[in-house]
Design a protein around this ligand. Structure first.
Ligand code: SF4
Length: 223
């Protein structure tokens, strides 16, 4: 299925992807950032809401929560029921409402109301894994970090750029070979690209801007 290919060039790929995603809906966290929800606390809560939840649901759900409060101080003054009511549309909303309240209270008590840009601190919170920590730190704090979700994992493997079976190992591989300047941007590009072009089933290879350099690893059928 791979046919005549030119060698994969990450700089050229990013260049083409930047143009390809312009008409597509933005990834949820980047969308919220562009709407002014730029703090680490807001980005972290939005990422928690996004777990197992579509972007189309994540953005309005996060906005409902932020109407009640945008700071650890404001959120920690809410009841779990108020938070749950605001985020009811997302998956696992009940568990997430307790996690959100605990995070806000912990920041108030342990960090004087200011969430530090620190990976260890973020991943010490229940429900926050490396993906959310990296995404929030990359977007809100400007740290070079790669948010590897299912889209980044699937697509970089299809390219043949990495050959890893799990998102965790894809992250390690990308950290050694992806130029640092793309560490935050790769998620911003590959989430919309993965949802609309390089989809899990039947990717739209025939209309893809990367067809001439993508190895289409494990792509058995495509559009
Ligand atoms: S859509 Fe096809 S050609 Fe494009 S990146 Fe995905 S697998 Fe490669």
């Amino acid at each position: 299925m791979s046919g005549e290919k030119i060698p994969f060039d990450i700089h050229e790929a990013v260049e083409r992807l930047r143009k390809a995603v312009v008409p597509l809906p933005k990834a949820a966290l980047f969308d919220l950032y562009d709407q002014g929800y730029t703090s680490l606390f807001e980005q972290l809560l939005a990422c928690l809401i996004s777990i197992r939840t579509f972007d189309e649901v994540t953005v309005p759900t996060a906005l409902r929560l932020f109407k009640l409060g945008r700071t650890p101080e404001a959120i920690s003054a809410l009841t779990p029921e108020q938070i749950d009511e605001a985020i009811r549309a997302c998956t696992y909303h009940e568990a997430k409402s307790f996690q959100i309240l605990t995070i806000a209270q912990t920041i108030q008590q342990k960090y004087q109301g200011e969430l530090p840009c620190d990976f260890e601190v973020l991943t010490s919170f229940r429900g926050v894994g490396p993906k959310c920590a990296n995404l929030a730190l990359g977007i809100a704090c400007g740290q070079p970090r790669i948010g590897v979700d299912i889209h980044v994992h699937r697509i970089t493997n299809r390219w043949g750029y990495v050959q890893k079976k799990t998102p965790e190992n894809t992250l390690l591989a990308l950290e050694t070979q992806l130029p640092k300047m793309y560490w935050v941007e790769i998620n911003r590009l590959l989430v919309p690209f993965g949802k609309h072009i390089c989809t899990g089933n039947l990717p739209k290879c025939s209309a893809c801007v990367l067809l001439d350099m993508c190895q289409q690893v494990d792509v058995k059928k495509h559009r």
